[in-house]
Design a protein around this ligand. Structure first.
Ligand code: UDP
Length: 376
């Protein structure tokens, strides 16, 4: 057999796994159905600006291990995501913090803000996203900064969404606009493409190669172990039915102005604006007045879409029905002795980048524990 691993997908899970396996002396073939590597981290250059082709990717983590690992293959800048919410032209800082509360209610102390939120709060046990949001931040913030955005993003009522999604956003009674609570945050200075190239160095890589066009049936002639990072329901030919995903359409424009919106990300939280956010890509790589060095800018509007087989499955929809269906596929996957499933699509989890890398590290360690061909 020619390869130790056939890795399907060159995104963060596949590329991290390939790096760890190659470091241990294994031979990997890594394939991707798209014409490029890196999955959704892939960037393209437009007018000297590194454009995040599949939506903004800001790396952030609490994990020392993951931070140490990624820093071996990229140098990170100190980008800090501080998005602005635009509700019918009124601007608010995100995540929900003292700046937001001052803008919303003119509250100037944590005590005032807490008292207002407390008077609007939902006091029961939250059963859905609406109740969870009302329990966390009360009615005003829910109605102006959460409801419209979330219902556009997921294409359904907040009453029909799992509570956990909204817990991704911090709530703080301090003047701190950092969107993430993690101690480590940044964007690779040389871009994600270079980072992914370094992870894949030493592996054989084939892009434009769809696993389901042939290899799926006889991959065991090619490799000892399969690492699969695509949709788990597709892997099992939708045997128990289709899992739901949410997709996106990106509309990218180059503008003859150095500074379009003054911030990397503006969220449009009303129900009528058809897109959820506008990304101004140059902010990911420049700080301060450096943005004026390039007289042009590139922006992307993000339109949530239903997932269809011709689109990309960006987000799993982790409600009870889908999670139950996934558990059937997971049980099948658990019986496989020579297949490793990993990443957002194969594990059907709304992973951040660091969680995907952590999962690949974990699954590599588990593999090493079971397989004594390569030692530990
Ligand atoms: N969200 C919101 N208002 C915002 C931004 C986010 O209500 O202005 C909610 C929305 O439900 C979204 C979730 O928070 O799906 C998670 O947002 P995040 O920014 O983590 O989404 P991602 O960048 O992964 O699309």
């Amino acid at each position: 057999m020619e390869y130790d691993f056939l890795i399907v997908g060159t995104g963060l899970f596949g590329a991290t796994f390939a790096r760890l396996a190659t470091n241990a002396g294994c031979k990997c073939l890594v394939i991707d159905r798209r014409p490029h590597t890196g999955g959704n981290t892939h960037c393209i250059d437009i007018s000297g600006i590194n454009v995040h082709q599949y939506g903004p990717h800001i790396f952030h983590t609490k994990s020392e291990d993951v931070w140490r690992f990624v820093n071996k293959y990229a140098t990170f800048n100190r980008f800090t995501l501080s998005p602005i919410a635009n509700y019918h032209g009124q601007l608010y800082n995100l995540p929900f913090n003292m700046n937001t509360f001052r803008q919303m209610w003119d509250a100037t102390t944590p005590q005032q803000a807490m008292a207002i939120i407390d008077s609007q709060r939902y006091h029961g046990t939250p059963r859905n996203l609406e109740e969870q949001a009302l329990a966390l931040v009360g009615k005003d913030i829910y109605e102006q900064l959460i409801k419209g955005y979330t219902e556009k993003q997921w294409g359904r009522s907040c009453r029909n969404l799992p509570p956990d999604i909204i817990k991704r956003l911090p709530l703080r009674y301090t003047f701190d606009n950092n969107y993430f609570d993690d101690p480590y945050q940044g964007i690779p200075i040389d871009g994600y493409n270079s980072f992914i190239d370094k992870l894949l160095q030493g592996s054989e890589v084939m892009t434009g190669c769809d696993f389901f066009d042939g290899l799926a049936n006889d991959w065991r002639h090619t490799a000892h172990t399969l690492v699969y990072t695509g949709m788990i329901d597709q892997f099992y030919q939708y045997r128990y039915g289709r899992l739901q995903y949410r997709s996106l359409r990106f509309e990218t424009e180059t503008l003859q102005t150095p500074n379009y919106q003054g911030v990397a990300q503006m969220n449009f939280t009303d129900a009528n604006t058809p897109y959820t956010r506008i990304i101004e890509h140059k902010y990911f790589q420049c700080s301060g007045n450096d943005i004026y060095h390039n007289p042009m800018t590139v922006i992307t509007r993000e339109y949530p879409q239903p997932y269809t087989p011709d689109s990309e499955p960006y987000y799993p929809v982790n409600d009870d029905t889908n999670n139950r269906l996934y558990s059937l596929y997971k049980a099948l996957a658990g019986k496989e002795t020579d297949i490793i499933f990993g990443g957002r699509l194969a594990e059907y989890r709304y992973y951040n980048m660091d969680q995907t890398i952590a999962s690949a590290m974990r699954k590599w360690s588990q593999y090493q524990g079971q397989d004594n061909r390569h030692g530990t």
